[in-house]
Design a binder for this molecule. Sequence first.
Ligand SMILES: [Zn+2]
Length: 261
Amino acid sequence: MDVTLLFPILLGWAAGTLVNYAADVLPFTRRFSLPICQHCQAPFSWGDYLALRSCKSCGKSRGLRTWLVLILALVAFVYFWLFPSKALGFPLGAIVLIYFGIITVIDLEHRLILHPTSIFGAVLGLLVGTYIHGRAGGLLTGIGNSLLGGLFGFGVMFLLYQFGALVSRFRVRKLQAAGQLDDEEEALGGGDVYLLGVLGLMLGWPFIWNALLLGVLFGGVVSFIFILLLLLRRTYSNDALMTFIPYGPYFIVTAFYMLFL
Ligand SMILES: [Zn+2]
């Protein structure tokens, strides 16, 4: 094996650990506190946490996600070390990968886009967008395209969110009329508005437009297959159509595709 591959392997392991750590603590404490057990919330010592030992308090092991994230991070870092993103290069690409990892895991596990990660993402997004668009047209063009992309992503999602809020108000009235209680599901989470603002800054104008279309299409296709499966298994009900669609991960996958592949 090539010795120089040791570097991305170690870096990938560190990145995976960072993603796991952020996803373990941020949804609970909103800051970088001592790592806690996902089952009983007892704090880990740093030594036990980094060595991937089981929880001393409840005895449960570290869970499938921890291992999946570590393996994926290793593979991704080695791959992008050998074939770096043309748009970003390796170092900036590595930071974006870690950021995408953290928001994807938290979104999938908690259906949450946290404000601290959105604020960090906005700064990172402006840097990345300026870098991508500034190389050809200079610094001012770079900043301009990045800001325009951010504004567009945020604006479009904000309008969609308002529309989603209208639909869910209508749905609540329908459920109340039928004697069922509101189950507090939103068609489109408010966090997605911030996420699309961040991705808009990152991709800039006009790429955010492609990302929006691709993301909605991708999410739509997956939802369609999901509904089709429900129909085939005859477990489909009228409510399945109204069920929450977590769009965040689809947009992240789309942005990942555009930035890296
Ligand atoms: Zn525990």
